[in-house]
Ligand binder design. Structure first.
Ligand code: CMC
Length: 428
């Protein structure tokens, strides 16, 4: 195979080098394209064919349904690791030793206090505010109470920025939920594990002792691992682009939260549950909604189906589907929504519209059912996704800054008016 690609333009042939990744993915490097062709740019709406960076964090093969963090398969990690180990792996590149993991956890705990004034900001939100909006605002607000930028050439400063956000973020997540449920804010318990403490901060009642439920802890741990990174998706690309202007880590993550909020991305988990509820309330007629999803004149889409890169199956959905059955069984929850979900899935898997377009259930199709069984309100589902994605955002931000990537600044092809003479108000 040749190691260059040619573009012929205006009678001239220009040669561009190919870049090959460790999994043999190929890219044409067109850094010099504009210069050598006198202004030619590429056009790729939605970046469906555009690589934005070289990355060593996550590998996924959408055709084969492979997802690996730092080389380890998602199946192995979901089965054998815990969320904090996975966070360390994603961010620093290697699985931690027992000592490294303990130190990491201690440092995170030492940074878990949030300035009391942040509570005043939270107070000002109406109870009806969407938790994703609150979370994004509070994460951005942390910039005012902590160093707003980080010297990326100092490993110590980088490490501190990372443990600081990993410590404070779960507190904000829990507070956004307690704001909604009207419960007093809680800091949890330093003696608990990372995920155990998150659940305690979310669910501890002021007038009773908190009892840990191992089934729920394990299920949340698994869900967070499955969401922890997914290479250059919409929110991660946002974090990288915002960070590329040298905005601080809190500001970059806050932007990522906003990107995740949309129903085509992380917001799909909330949209899936609302859709399943609506189908159930409408008599459970899944065929009617399948027809709506296929009708080009109807804006309805089957939420939780389809993926930009997985065109065969989403390996995370397989793990979650199994987990949903187990968790609901163990908790003794009989959720009729699960039957609607299974009905939709079975029909879609044999329907030519979905088969031809390679639309399969994605990670969000079953995650909401588990969150609901855990007692998490539906508006909090995307917040839980953000909690899981945090290590991935951090890892990608850190990689981008350490590689000294240039500021993200795409080109465009202008299609507006050409030059016009200005007309004064009285002449228009
Ligand atoms: N229901 C019905 N039709 C669909 C769906 C769907 N969920 N998804 C895609 N299609 C159709 C679409 O109408 C188009 O048809 P045609 O070729 O006839 O015009 C074709 O399939 C290709 O769709 P696309 O929108 O060009 O594909 P995309 O890669 O740009 O979009 C997607 C991917 C995930 C945004 C889209 O599949 C979707 O909107 N799914 C529902 C929302 C969802 O579940 N999102 C969560 C994604 S997984 C979590 C995450 O990583 O964020």
């Amino acid at each position: 195979m040749s190691d260059t690609a040619k573009i012929e333009f205006n009678g001239q042939v220009h040669e561009f080098p190919l870049i090959k990744g460790t999994e043999n993915e190929l890219a044409i490097e067109i850094k010099s394209l504009r210069g050598v062709t006198d202004g030619l740019v590429t056009m790729d709406p939605g970046f469906k064919n555009t690589g934005s960076c070289l990355s060593g964090v996550t590998f996924l093969d959408g055709e084969k349904g492979i997802l690996r963090y730092r080389g380890y398969s998602i199946e192995d990690l979901a089965e054998k690791a815990d969320f904090l180990e996975v966070a360390y792996l994603l961010i620093f590149g290697e699985l931690p030793t027992a000592d490294q993991l303990q130190k990491f956890h201690e440092d995170i705990k030492a940074n878990s206090m949030v300035d009391e004034d942040v509570k005043k900001i939270l107070d000002a939100f109406p109870k009806t505010a969407h938790p994703m909006g609150i979370l994004s605002s509070l994460t951005s607000a942390l910039t005012a109470f902590n160093p707003s930028s980080v010297n990326v050439d100092s490993p110590e400063e980088m490490y501190q920025a990372i443990v600081r956000i990993l410590g404070k973020f779960p507190v904000l997540v829990a507070w956004t939920m307690r704001k909604r449920t009207g419960l007093p804010l809680d800091y949890g318990d330093k003696k608990l594990g990372y995920v155990e403490n998150i659940l305690k901060m979310m669910f501890k009642m002021p007038n009773e002792d908190y009892e840990e439920n191992r089934i729920i802890v394990d299920a949340l741990d698994k869900l967070l691992i499955l969401h922890a990174d997914h290479e250059q998706n919409c929110s991660t690309s946002t974090v990288r682009v915002v960070g590329s202007s040298h905005a601080g880590l809190f500001a970059s993550i806050s932007a990522g939260i906003s990107a995740l909020w949309g129903p085509l991305h992380g917001g799909a988990n909330q949209a899936v549950l609302e859709m399943l509820e609506a189908i159930k309330a409408d008599g459970g007629d899944t065929k009617k909604y399948m027809a709506k999803a296929k009708d080009k004149n109807d804006p309805f889409r089957l939420m939780g189906f389809g993926h930009r890169v997985y065109k065969n199956f989403d390996p995370r959905a397989r793990i979650i589907k199994k987990a949903a059955d187990e968790v609901l069984g163990e908790l003794g929850v009989d959720d009729p929504i699960l039957d609607v979900a299974k009905g939709l899935e079975q029909e879609a898997l044999i329907d030519s519209y979905f088969v031809d377009r390679k639309l399969y259930p994605n990670v969000d199709f079953y995650s909401g059912i588990i969150y609901r069984a855990m007692g998490i309100p539906v508006e909090m589902f995307t917040v839980m996704f953000a909690l899981g994605r945090l290590p991935g955002w951090i890892a990608q931000w850190r990689e981008m800054r350490l590689r000294k990537e240039p500021i993200g600044r795409p080109r465009q092809i202008y299609i507006g008016e050409t030059f016009r003479d200005f007309k004064k108000l009285e002449e228009r």
